[in-house]
Design a protein around this ligand. Sequence first.
Ligand code: LMR
Length: 485
Amino acid sequence: MVLPWWLSKHDANQLIQFYHKIKNLQHSMQTKMKLCNSLVLFAALCSTSHAFTIPTKPNLSARSAVDISLASATTSASNYLSSIPLGPPDAILGIAADFRECTSPDKVNVCVGAYRDENGKPWVLPSVKEAESLMMKDPSQNKEYAPITGDLAFVDLALKFAYGSEIFENSSERIAGVQALSGTGACRVGGAFLSKFLGEGTKIYVPDPTWGNHIGIFNSVGLDVQKYRYFSRSTNGLDFEGMKEDLINAPAGSVVLLHACAHNPTGCDPCHEQWKELSTLIKEKDLHVFFDSAYQGFASGDAEADAFALRYFVNEGHNVLLAQSFAKNFGLYGERCGTLSFLCGNSDEKAAVMSQLKLIIRAMYSSPPIHGASIVKTVLSDDDLSKQYYEECAFMADRIGSMRKLLVQKLAEKGSTHDWSHITDQIGMFAFTGMSKEMCDELTEKYFIFLTKDGRISLAGLNEGNVEYVAGAVHAVTDGKSLTQ
Ligand code: LMR
């Protein structure tokens, strides 16, 4: 009998004890079933196996073995839904939902990585608004289905934005690119492709820590998710030696997922020299490179500079995969707009890859939404709007950077004696503070500050009006306690 991974050791032991108690009762099976106070217990009673195991590796997206055995034990057309267990809330979006429900006037949302203006409000970029007004006036706009691979004029402009004009002009005949449902959709389709053609169970190495959804996405397409060391909790900085050691030990033919810039959640990127070392190492080890680029423009404020790692790897001859998102840098969160691309060896390979991507996409969601792609296309195909857009992106990155500094300054003013310099050393949207889960819980329960439990703060949620309050609360929960674990 396989128990769900989400049970704590204590709960699992309690459950096993209770199971034996009920099993040994001299009651009918029907009465025993009625005594079950949990679905898991009920499933255990239905099971023929009396040995219990708890899988160690959480698989957040796939249904756990007990869920499946439970469903099959009780399935009938009329009642199977009653036996579906409650899934755990999402580690990021679940907290965003709690924030929405909180009624405290003091509440602060530093949970989801979404830009907020200086008044804490979502910001629609003026260049995006301008593009939308141009689209409204364009008589050729309609609401037809996009092709399966999306609007290819948008895809070309998007890929040029990521790879740069030079690589794009020289290699477009071998870049297989499709429109994707933002970065998540790109990772999902890319993962499905890798699982199909490299084989189910192929290892994909993701940084530890990484964006939580990477693990769910790649698990659910049948890849074997492994972690490489990335961040040292004892220095609150990049663990470059650990990273290299783990990648050296990865079997040839595995996939390595790299955050193209502004690593989520740590805000720590390798420097240029370290990227170069990684490129050599990864080539020697014959690993497939999958870049996830969700923050181009948010690391330095300059979308060109932020593409360094991707462009360097391509110039060094890596046939990369790229998941590209326009959620953050264009503020198009809800439009689900992005691309997935494969750098192929030649145009024949490109044609084959495109044909297979079409099969995957058609069966998954048929074709992508058109509005967001149309916005990005309108902006990037107009010189003036593009220029305006680049300035607006830099403005967002700049405001976040100033909140980084202000938070550290306010912490010192509140009397914090911790060294918070890692916050100003980090880049992008997040501060990976070093706070423990208990400290995060206290911030939420006592101060209504909503953040993820790994100590990540989305700096975009800070502004002149709340940074002092947040600094005071952070000082209160960290004072006298260690920030390194
Ligand atoms: C985040 O990390 O907060 C964002 O990428 C939002 C998400 O989808 O998790």
